[in-house]
Design a protein around this ligand. Structure first.
Ligand code: AP5
Length: 194
């Protein structure tokens, strides 16, 4: 039963690494960004509510975000472990995750912080813009997402540091090099691949 968080600025590689780690550790990768994007694509009521917020690079309100995560973590596969990508991002979300886990008599194992400098991540996202056309990947919105991350999410690292949960991993280099660093860091915390 492994419960991981993957934290880092936009473009650090959270989604890329989450997909690989989910396979490696046999746990579901749960991405709030992917859940919101799929609602937008499908034109659901939630999608209609969050579309403009996401395109502006702002955070979706905590109440909406907490609700979809609470529902997802209640599903059978996530009860046996999970890797959360992009949640929690605010203190309110940290508190909600604590509440959910307490109710399940469960606890987080590790918070993996992917560290990368701003020029690298902006470069990756501008490249992705040409490949995929994600609407929040314009240079202006990317810079805004970075600022929102710095203001609202980076302070959460201190919260998890106090709980001795954070491992810091350099997100530069090839994808498989970053994966290897994460796997090593998790092994040092006693977490091995399934
Ligand atoms: P979300 O989807 O979580 O986006 P993000 O945090 O901005 O992150 P990205 O998906 O841009 O980057 P990533 O770190 O996952 O990197 P990736 O692997 O994709 O959130 C989007 C929006 O949803 C938010 O702005 C907000 O509106 C809303 N939202 C989501 N969660 C929320 C929450 N909890 N609360 C409130 N609102 C929320 O890689 C990026 C690119 O780099 C890819 O092209 C990839 O191929 C490439 N790449 C990856 N690794 C490497 C590498 N090692 N070398 C070179 N290129 C690489």
């Amino acid at each position: 039963m492994t419960r991981l968080l993957l934290v880092g600025p936009p473009g650090a590689g959270k989604g890329t690494q989450a997909a690989i780690l989910a396979e490696t550790y046999g746990i579901p990768a749960i991405s709030t960004g992917d859940m919101f994007r799929s609602n937008v694509v499908n034109g659901t009521p939630l999608g209609l509510q969050v579309k403009a917020i996401m395109e502006a690079g702002e955070y979706v309100p905590d109440a909406l975000t907490n609700e979809i995560v609470a529902e997802r973590l209640g599903e059978a596969d996530a009860r046996a472990g999970f890797l959360l990508d992009g949640y929690p991002r605010t203190l309110d979300q940290v508190n909600e995750l604590d509440r959910i886990l307490l109710a399940q008599n469960a606890a987080l194992d590790v918070v993996v912080l992917l560290e990368a400098d701003i020029d690298e991540v902006v470069g990756r996202l501008l490249k992705r813009a040409t490949e995929q056309g994600r609407l929040d990947d314009t240079e202006e919105v990317i810079r805004h997402r970075m600022a929102v991350y710095a203001e609202q999410t980076s302070p959460l690292i201190g919260v998890y540091d106090k709980r001795n949960l954070v491992v810091r991993v350099t997100a530069l280099g090839a994808v498989d090099e970053v994966t290897a660093r994460i796997v090593d860091a998790l092994a040092q915390r006693g977490i091995s691949a399934s």
